[in-house]
Design a binder for this molecule. Structure first.
Ligand code: A2P
Length: 282
C-alpha cells in the first residue's frame, strides 16, 4: 500500500475501504475483516452510516495493531454545534472502541458547521483525533466557512472519478494543501464509466480491470480513493494498482473524460432539507 502525506505531516493510505450503505450487525463486520485480510489499512466509515461498531469490532478481531490501521469517521449533522459535536465525537470513539480516530470529517456542509469544527479542533488538541477534514464542500461553501477555521482541514472528501473531476475545486483546495478524497471513485458501478473505451483499452494494455485503471489514475492524480466492493476478488484487486504506471498521455486521455458534473450537488437546498432531516439517534 502506498501512502500520501497530508498538510499536517501525517500520512494516509492512498486507497481506503469505504463501508457506506453496508449494514451493521454482521455485513460491515465481515466486509471490514475481509478488507483488512485483503491488505487494506484504511477504513472509511461515518456516524451517519450507523456501522461504526462493526468496523471497530472487525479491527479488534483482525489482530492487526491499531497503529497500523487508519480509521476515518464523520460527524453527522444531528450532532453539529459545539456542545453536540463534543458528544458526537465521544460517541464515535465509543462505538469504534478506540481511544483515538485518525481522521474525523464534518460529513455535510449545513447547520452549525463552525461550532462543530471548533469541537473537532479541540479534540485534536486533546489527542482524541489525529487529523480533521471536510466533506462535500464546494468552492462556494469553502469561501463561506474557511475564515472561521483555525486548523486547516487535511482533506475534502467529495464525489470524484473520471466523469466528475472537480477541476475548479481542486485548484482552490491545492492553494491550501487540502487533499481530495474520492467517494464514488468507480462512479458507483456506472457502466458508462466502467465500460468506457479509453478505460477498457488501458485495461487490456496493462492486463488490469477497468476499476483498477480508474483507481490507478486517481492515485496518480494525488487523490485518495475509497472504492467499495463486496466481491472478494474485486476488493483485493482494487488495491493491486501499485505495480504499473499510466503515462502522461494516458493520464491526459482520462482527464478528457470529465463531464464537469456529478450526481450530488451539495448547494442544492433540497439536499440540505433532506439531509438535515435524517436522524441517526434520539
Ligand atoms: P461489487 O461490490 O460487486 O464489486 P464506488 O466505489 O464508486 O461506489 O463503486 C462501487 C461499485 O463498483 C459496486 O457496485 C462494486 O460492485 C463495483 N466495483 C467495485 N470494484 C470494481 C472493479 N474493480 N471493477 C468493476 N466494478 C467494481
Amino acid at each position: 500500500m502506498d501512502y500520501f502525506t497530508l498538510n499536517n505531516d501525517t500520512t494516509i493510505p492512498a486507497v481506503g475501504f469505504g463501508v457506506f450503505m453496508i449494514p451493521n450487525d454482521g455485513p460491515t463486520y465481515n466486509a471490514t475483516l475481509a478488507a483488512l485480510k485483503a491488505g487494506y489499512r484504511h477504513i472509511d466509515t461515518a456516524a451517519g452510516y450507523m456501522n461504526e461498531s462493526d468496523v471497530g469490532k472487525a479491527i479488534k478481531d483482525s489482530g492487526i495493531p491499531r497503529d497500523e490501521i487508519f480509521i476515518t469517521s464523520k460527524l453527522w449533522l444531528q450532532d453539529y454545534g459545539y456542545e453536540n459535536a463534543k458528544k458526537g465525537i465521544e460517541n464515535s470513539l465509543a462505538l469504534l472502541g478506540v481511544n483515538y480516530i485518525d481522521l474525523y470529517l464534518l460529513h455535510q456542509p449545513y447547520g452549525d458547521y463552525l461550532g462543530a469544527w471548533k469541537a473537532l479542533e479541540e479534540a485534536v488538541e486533546a489527542g482524541k483525533i489525529k487529523s480533521i477534514g471536510i466533506s462535500n464542500i464546494t468552492v462556494n461553501l469553502w469561501n463561506k466557512f474557511k475564515d472561521g477555521m483555525t486548523l486547516m482541514p487535511v482533506v475534502n472528501q467529495v464525489e470524484f472519478n473520471p466523469f466528475t473531476q472537480q477541476k475548479e475545486l481542486r485548484e482552490v483546495m491545492n492553494e491550501h494543501h487540502i487533499r481530495l478524497e474520492a467517494w464514488y471513485p468507480l462512479g458507483h458501478g456506472n457502466k458508462n464509466l466502467l465500460e468506457n473505451e479509453t478505460i477498457i483499452s488501458l485495461a487490456n494494455k496493462y492486463n488490469k480491470n477497468a476499476g483498477q485503471i480508474i483507481l490507478r489514475w486517481i492515485y496518480q492524480e494525488g487523490v485518495i480513493s475509497l472504492p467499495k466492493s463486496t466481491n472478494p476478488v474485486r476488493m483485493k484487486g482494487n488495491i493491486d494498482i501499485f505495480d504499473f504506471e499510466l503515462s502522461e498521455e494516458e493520464m491526459t486521455a482520462i482527464q478528457a473524460l470529465d463531464t464537469g458534473k456529478g450526481t450530488h450537488n451539495p448547494e442544492d437546498p433540497a439536499n440540505e432539507t433532506r439531509l438535515m432531516g435524517l436522524k441517526i439517534h434520539d
